[in-house]
Design a protein around this ligand. Structure first.
Ligand code: NI
Length: 222
């Protein structure tokens, strides 16, 4: 589980929220899986809305370009995001995300991403809660920041009591299926970047990069 800050800057957020204001929302149940339908009570931007398409395109682009996201998720495919809205009384009850999504050939969901689009003090409730072996983690981030977590974890969105919660959610099929392997690569990548900055000429820096590349070569799936 990881927080990725500043996926969207203030200017981009403002532009996206203005577009979202003009777009059409539909019942979120339309895109929910068999079991999730029971508990999903929110709204989403209509799939074929022109403004919605532009919002999704920009969100996807920013996310894919973010260096921390690339390093942590090692994304092979990122689904076009859903833009969801929760008004007072709305929530998304406990569920896990479908393992395979999209049209044929479908893709595996390794990681789920929630990108917060509303400032946390503009609504009450509405925390994303992720339940794992470490317990329950409640997440409510600054607008423009994203939370990345394993799609197989049970999770839910607590009821919104006041205000409006806007978020973009999407899923990642990673080149690295195994969460432990992906974490090793993420840490090692950090070491490599630091060495590259502070010890550019060391043989050991080349060895660290070599090791990173060879682990990626050994573990990545296509
Ligand atoms: Ni979910």
């Amino acid at each position: 589980m990881l927080v990725i800050k500043n996926v969207l800057d203030a200017k981009m957020l403002q532009a996206l929220r203005a577009m979202i204001d003009e777009a059409q929302f539909i019942d979120g149940k339309k895109t929910a899986g068999f079991r999730a339908k029971r508990v999903k009570k929110n709204e989403q931007l209509a799939r074929d809305d022109k403004k919605a398409k532009e919002v999704k395109r920009r969100v996807l682009e920013r996310l894919r370009l973010h260096p921390e996201f690339k390093s942590a998720a090692l994304p092979r495919r990122v689904q076009s995001p859903l833009i969801s809205r929760y008004q007072p009384g709305m929530e998304y009850g406990r569920h896990s995300d479908d393992a395979l999504m999209g049209t044929e050939p479908r893709y595996r969901t390794d990681l789920s991403v929630t990108l917060f689009l509303s400032e946390p003090d503009s609504y009450k409730g509405g925390e994303l809660v992720v339940s794992s072996s470490l317990g329950e983690q409640k997440v409510k981030l600054a607008a423009g920041s994203a939370f990345l977590y394993a799609s197989g974890n049970l999770h839910w969105v607590a009821p919104v009591e006041e205000g409006e919660r806007l978020a973009a959610v999407t899923w990642v099929e990673s080149y690295i299926r195994d969460h432990g392997q992906r974490e090793l690569l993420y840490d090692l990548h950090k070491v490599c970047r630091r060495l590259s900055r502070d010890a550019a000429d060391w043989l050991e820096t080349d060895l660290a990069f070599k090791t990173y590349s060879n682990l990626l070569r050994r573990w990545s799936e296509n």
